[in-house]
Ligand binder design. Sequence first.
Ligand code: DC
Length: 208
Amino acid sequence: MIIAVDGPLASGKGTIARALAARFGLPYLDTGSLYRATGVAVLEQGIDPCDEAACAAAARALDITAIDEARIRTAEAGAMASRIAVLTGVRTALYELQRNFALQPGGAILDGRDIGTVICPDADVKLYIMADTETRARRRWEELTARGEAISYAEMLEQTRERDRRDAERPDAPMRAADDATLLDTSSLSIDAAVAQAVAVVEKRQKA
Ligand code: DC
């Protein structure tokens, strides 16, 4: 079984995807971490984020076993990930890795922006997780400030809007729900309630 979980920043897609992976015993890939790690490489190597060939080379050179979790979770890394994710060269460089992960025997669960539309249009279950912008900005702001990052809520709200715009408006693999995805709005749901709804969608598909 392949499960695709897409949605914008801080919609809850990662939490839901991890819970589904544990529940159904599936390997899980957070595809945003690949774009974030590429963004960090671009920052650390002083690569021009408009230089498509150099950014694509950084994506191809990624060692996914050596991704620094703390470093890729900063607001700076997320913003750079969104910038380099508009480049077709970068997306092509990361495609095969994601596709191979999805096609492993027994299936897999992947979360991102284009899993149900581009990486796994053939997924057995597609979920699109959303929440209103203010709720998502607040969640992300609380997460970052708890980790000691100095960022105001107003800045976080602006960054969230900018990220959404860039992710949704890029011509190549824009963030959007697949036509056959089930939409799940987590704005006023607890984590447990959101996970329970996602589990119900998967179980219904299994029975069908
Ligand atoms: O899910 P995230 O916030 O960690 O993702 C960071 C950025 O990476 C996101 O703003 C856009 C990009 N991304 C993408 O373009 N496609 C994906 N499948 C996953 C992430």
